[in-house]
Design a protein around this ligand. Structure first.
Ligand code: CUA
Length: 157
């Protein structure tokens, strides 16, 4: 088979580019041990129920001004313990993870809108300014029950 000179040049150029590209991708993926950048907290999605704080989901007082709310998302519900109740005007640190697929943790009328990825612990701190009941909904399509995936958080005086 006879290849035209320019065809050869482009073939070599294409191959070199492909190798260079794959090396960059490979080196980046393996150099960081597959952990996403930015110090994301990881968790074994199979062992969520045995891993603190998700072994006891719910609200815990950390100090006078800070509370932690550990919530487990799974198709198609949020487990935030018996009652998801937090005080108004205090910092609430939400820690959410998923046992199965990607969900979201979105609190209506707030700027809390986080993606919940299996294998990761998503953290967001929020201080409610108004007491009342807030709807928590899933914004990521996660399966047939996606539209029924919601819960409520009560913010008390
Ligand atoms: Cu969970 Cu949509």
């Amino acid at each position: 088979m006879h290849l035209h000179k320019y065809e050869k040049i482009w073939l070599v150029f294409g191959t070199v580019c492909l190798i260079a590209f794959l090396s960059i991708v490979g080196v980046n993926a393996f150099a960081h041990d597959h952990t996403p950048a930015g110090g994301i907290e990881t968790i074994d999605p199979e062992k969520v129920r045995e891993t603190a704080p998700f072994n006891e989901p719910g609200v815990k007082k950390l100090d006078d001004d800070t509370y932690q709310a550990a919530i487990v998302a799974s198709a198609f519900a949020y487990d935030g313990g018996q009652t998801l109740t937090v005080p108004v005007g205090k910092e609430i640190i939400f820690k959410v993870t998923s046992t199965d697929v990607v969900h979201s943790f979105t609190i209506d009328n707030t700027n809390v809108n986080m993606m919940v990825v299996p294998g990761q612990v998503t953290t967001k701190s929020y201080t409610f300014k108004e007491p009342g009941k807030y709807l928590i909904i899933c914004n990521e399509y996660c399966g047939t029950g996606h539209h029924f995936m919601y819960t409520e958080i009560e913010v008390t005086e």
